[in-house]
Write a protein that binds this ligand. Structure first.
Ligand code: SF4
Length: 384
């Protein structure tokens, strides 16, 4: 399939409500269950190993009007929490059976409890992911937590999550992550052939489809992309940092690119490409996943890493992608992103790496002010 057709299919998929995707999958998997994961990282492998469909619960952007969720949250809460809850109130998750949240922040913790209380028919689990990466007991702790998650699915849905089935699911998701790493490497090398708006749609579609289907689409892209035409433009190369949970509106990414940036690295959909190398599929697969959560993880504001300062991972990203600058894009009211902004900015300043701060909300729809800011930033670098 041609690249443009594949991307068009991705666009169609991400326009569908999550519940409709789950219902469609169930037509060909009678008795099947669908489980949606809130960012950042949830073990989709454990869900898939139980014969269930893992999906990404990534908010609703500007597609829903908040009519109920506002009354369950304070006004100073990020948009993804509210719109993810609104999806439940508007019946757009009908077909989804389970939801997984984790301890990325207080808001996600509250969202999990609010879902439980307002929608008792969902099986809701809350993962306590390890916070102390340096402890000798961290891998065992993580393995136990993942086994607890699996037991919860078994009790709620009557499925079985065995070690052999989990090892197979790990191999499948390893293959998907390897293809995504390939796309990221391709964009670093030839950003004129794959825009970030396109890559965003490809990745988002991968979180809204059975993994076997996602892998086949990624394979098509890997085969077709190198032959795509694309003339390099006079743009600066930037890393986008901060959009690891709430996803920016496509319009914002479009404006960034049109205003003169090649986005060569980002932290979009981080949880779905969490591991920097393959998770071992031999031995105890629960332990392998748990150990990898700590030792093969991308740097993230939502995982305390006592071994490395936060700025180090960002600077390494800048160097690896040969970026000229960093655009910080924290969602409004996102504490993890805003807390880390300060040490990361200091790290960039020590290295002399230019940066710009552009806050966003997923429901943002007008970008003219942002366009002016980015154009001014780009011009100051191009004509310095
Ligand atoms: S956007 Fe930030 S504050 Fe909101 S749920 Fe995600 S990590 Fe938490």
């Amino acid at each position: 399939m041609k690249v443009e057709q594949t991307i068009e299919r991705c666009r169609e998929l991400i326009a569908e409500p999550l519940g409709a995707i789950a219902e469609r999958w169930k037509e060909s998997h009678p008795g099947g269950r669908a489980v949606a994961c809130f960012p950042v990282w949830s073990p989709a492998e454990v869900i898939h190993a139980g014969g269930m469909l893992p999906l990404g619960l990534l908010g609703a952007g500007a597609t829903v009007e908040l009519t109920h969720a506002d009354s369950r949250f304070q006004s100073f809460v990020c948009s993804i929490a509210k719109s993810s809850l609104e999806l439940g109130f508007q019946g757009l998750l009908k077909g989804v059976d389970g939801l997984v949240f984790s301890n990325i922040c207080d808001v996600a913790r509250n969202l999990s409890s609010i879902y439980k209380r307002n929608f008792p028919h969902f099986h809701v689990d809350y993962l306590h992911l390890a916070q102390n990466s340096t402890s000798g007991g961290v891998a065992d702790y993580m393995a136990d937590e993942l086994r607890r998650l699996a037991r919860g699915f078994e009790e709620a849905f009557g499925v079985r999550v065995t070690e052999p089935s989990l090892a197979k699911s790990i191999e499948l998701y390893n293959a998907i992550r390897a293809r995504i790493r390939g796309l990221y490497a391709f964009r670093i090398a030839e950003p004129q052939k794959l825009s970030t708006v396109e890559l965003y749609q490809i990745l988002r579609a991968a979180t809204q489809a059975p993994p076997e289907e996602a892998l086949s689409r990624l394979d098509d892209l890997a085969a077709e992309l190198p032959a795509r035409e694309g003339r390099p433009k006079d743009r600066i190369r930037v890393v986008v940092e901060g959009a690891f949970c709430e996803q920016p509106p496509l319009g914002l990414l479009e404006v960034l690119e049109e205003a003169g940036c090649y986005i060569v690295e980002d932290d979009l959909f981080l949880g779905w490409r969490w591991f920097t190398s393959d998770v071992p599929a031999d031995g105890d697969p629960f332990r392998a996943l748990g150990q990898s959560y700590v030792d093969r993880a991308v740097p993230s504001c939502t995982r305390h890493e006592g071994r490395e300062p936060r700025a180090k991972g960002l600077i390494e990203k800048v160097r690896r992608s040969r970026a000229d600058a960093v655009i910080f894009t924290p969602p409004k009211f996102c504490e993890p992103a805003l807390f880390d902004f300060v040490p990361m900015r200091q790290g960039l300043e020590r290295e002399g790496i230019p940066h710009l701060l552009v806050e966003f909300e997923e429901k943002m729809w007008t970008f003219e002010r942002t366009r002016n800011e980015i154009e001014t930033f780009v011009e100051s670098m191009l004509f310095d």
